[in-house]
Ligand binder design. Structure first.
Ligand code: NAI
Ligand code: ENO
Length: 295
């Protein structure tokens, strides 16, 4: 048990990420009381039944009042509405943070609605799965993973330090980053790969009936990996693409050009070009694995 970092933490949206954080906080004794605000009565029921939080409802007055930290964990497209709903109940000096997968749009949608004296520290744990909802969460999700915080020049330094301490306590390594830079980096490492998975699985599904059966029957591990990613939550990913439009579209342009170059090499039998490319990408994979082993 560690000393509590907060008295009360309110989780807005008690899905995969916030319920994992709540579990870790509970296990490590990082807060005395955990509450949750969620518009889905079933999510509230499950979170209470599993003992993830002490109180859960769709009533912001009941769940938010008295919280020293409020963590927004809804799909990013709902962050503006939830901020407007909770704003009247936020105590002066309270910290609001979030776990959203994009940062510029979340800052745009949240910050203008927070009362004076409430500190906003935007965050994004780089950890997750293709599953959703409170039952899918687990306390170890953030261990050995990165958490990116995107405080701005005017963000209260102490508030940032307290949010950093929370993520470090649950096992993450924290890095601070400019929000626009975060959105470009994540477009490459997470958003485009998901878009590619959604595309390839859709393409395979659209093939003629017999072929479709074969796709399922003989699906090799490459395709199976894509289907795992393409099973990720549709609302969450709709919101990510709509809220990181610029970075994703810019990257998609580059990707399409690179794909066309590979297409050309296949067409013209340029084996050495293909081999050189695949050798480079293998080295990237090995570097990622080595870097992970260092941490
Ligand atoms: N799933 C993942 O692997 C990761 C997700 N994220 C980000 O974390 C956030 C949450 O994702 P998950 O936990 O996977 O989602 P989830 O779908 O498991 O849970 C979201 C919860 O928010 C609730 N909700 C939706 N709209 C609401 C509203 N207007 N008011 C109150 N509650 C509302 C839903 O009822 C649900 O319980 C998203 O912004 C996502 O981009 C970040 C890292 C990884
Ligand atoms: O399950 C996977 O492979 C993921 O990529 C999880 C994930 C999804 C969204 C994020 O913003 C961060 C991590």
């Amino acid at each position: 048990m560690t000393a509590p970092l907060f008295d009360t933490i309110c989780f807005v949206g008690i899905g995969l990420i916030n319920s994992s954080l709540a579990r870790a906080v509970r296990k490590l004794g990082l807060a005395r009381r955990l509450t949750s605000l969620d518009c889905d009565p079933e999510a509230c029921r499950v979170a209470l039944e599993l003992g993830v939080v002490d109180s859960a409802s769709a009533d912001p007055a009941a769940e938010v009042a008295g919280a020293g930290l409020v963590v927004l964990g809804t799909p990013v497209g709902a962050m503006e509405a939830v901020t407007q709903a909770i704003a009247p109940y936020l105590a002066s000096g309270a910290i609001v943070s979030d776990v959203g997968s994009v940062k510029t749009a979340v800052i745009r949608d949240v910050e203008p609605f927070l009362p004076e004296g409430v500190h906003f520290v935007p965050g994004h744990p780089i950890a997750g799965t293709e599953f959703s909802g409170p039952a899918a969460g687990f306390a170890e999700l953030f261990q050995g993973r990165w958490c990116i915080l995107t405080p701005q020049a005017h963000t209260d330094v102490q508030a940032t330090a307290r949010v950093r301490a929370l993520w470090e306590a649950v096992g993450s390594t924290v890095e601070e980053m400019d929000p626009a830079h975060h959105d470009r980096v994540l477009a490459v490492t997470s958003h485009l790969p998901h878009l590619i998975a959604y595309t390839i699985v859709g393409t395979a599904n659209d093939l003629e009936g017999v072929m479709e059966q074969e796709v399922i029957k003989f699906s090799a591990s490459g395709f199976r990996d894509f289907t795992r990613i393409a099973a990720s939550d549709p609302i969450m990913w709709r919101d990510i693409f709509l809220n990181n439009k610029e970075a994703v579209l810019e990257l998609l342009q580059r990707f399409t050009e690179d794909l066309t170059a590979l297409q050309r090499s296949i067409r013209w039998g340029e084996g050495e070009v293909l081999e050189k490319h695949f050798t480079k990408t293998r080295a990237i994979r090995r570097a990622i694995i080595d870097a992970k082993q260092d941490r």
